[in-house]
Design a protein around this ligand. Structure first.
Ligand SMILES: Nc1ncnc2c1ncn2[C@@H]1O[C@H](COP(=O)(O)OP(=O)(O)OP(=O)(O)O)[C@@H](O)[C@H]1O
Length: 271
């Protein structure tokens, strides 16, 4: 009997979880150079909607570059060249007539260090909706409450919405940043090591939040923390030196990886 992996071509190092779910992203033969540094090499990856995909690998292997390319942030750097294809729900994001502004309304990003604006909690959450033309106070109030609730920080902030966001703890600031991202009603949330600057309790809260959010959103998360990848993701991609060594269901990657490099990395033998 053939397993679901045996009939993959050698080039196809991607999976489509259970081969059925609609794809949020379909990345094919993506290459990226920083000047002469070939940082992403023939990356192909299918990212099913409403799932959590973890990106793991040692420092400098291309994890951040990859997720920043998913919302076309890398191209702001003049030394960057890319080729290949990234389809966001059937639309080629590198196509001439594809709007980056539209992409950014659909794809939110959360960074390693919480980066709230030096404004009130309320103004942080309404910043994006206001840019998109929403002015009505009642609508903005509703967006604030809904977004803070979804980011599991409403109870802690509802009585201090007018206070400066810098008065929140690091973990609260990160959940506020997630609320700010949710306020524009994205489809996808990209997270670049969102808990690496947080204490264990704040980390746990973000991990629980990710589990909750995946019911409505597609999440791609870069993490250095193997246990975190194992706890919260549905599929895991192991990057090494700009290539995907292996991408599979998370339990498979952590229990019986196909490749020796993957096994060495997850068992802490390098990286
Ligand atoms: N802005 C940049 N300009 C030039 N080279 C860059 C830039 N950003 C990343 N690189 C290079 O691209 C490669 C991949 O870097 P990237 O930051 O994507 O790795 P990473 O896996 O996210 O690393 P880390 O885990 O340390 O954050 C590295 O060789 C790095 O030096």
């Amino acid at each position: 009997m053939q397993t679901k992996h045996e009939n993959r071509s050698v080039e196809d190092n991607s999976i489509n979880a259970e081969e059925k779910a609609p794809l949020a992203y379909n990345v094919e033969q993506l290459n990226l150079w920083y000047a002469d540094n070939h940082a992403l090499q023939d990356i192909s990856m299918k990212i099913p909607e409403k799932s959590v995909t973890a990106i793991i690998g040692p420092s400098g292997c291309g994890k951040s570059t990859f997720i920043k390319t998913l919302n076309r942030m890398t191209e702001m750097n003049p030394i960057v060249k890319t080729n290949g294809s990234i389809k966001y729900r059937e639309n080629e994001i590198f196509a001439k007539n594809f709007s980056v502004e539209y992409l950014r309304t659909k794809v939110g990003m959360v960074f390693q260090n919480p980066n709230p604006f030096p404004k009130s909690i309320y103004d942080n959450v309404t910043y994006g909706p206001k840019i998109h033309g929403i002015k009505d106070k009642k609508t903005l109030d509703e967006i604030v409450e809904r977004s803070l609730k979804k980011a599991a920080i409403w109870d802690e902030t509802k009585d201090r919405l007018k206070e400066n966001a810098f008065g929140l703890s690091g973990g609260q600031q990160q959940r506020l940043c997630i609320a700010r991202c949710l306020a524009i009603e994205p489809d996808i949330i990209l997270m670049d090591e969102p808990t690496s600057a947080l204490d264990p309790i704040s980390t746990l809260k973000i991990e629980e939040l990710v589990q909750e959010l995946k019911k409505d959103y597609t999440i791609v998360i870069v993490t250095h923390n193997m246990q975190q990848a194992a706890r919260i993701s549905d599929s895991t991609a192991f990057f090494l030196n700009g290539v995907i060594v292996e991408h599979d269901q998370t339990d498979k990657i952590f229990s019986s990886p196909e490749k020796k490099e993957t096994e060495d990395y997850i068992s802490g033998r390098f990286g």
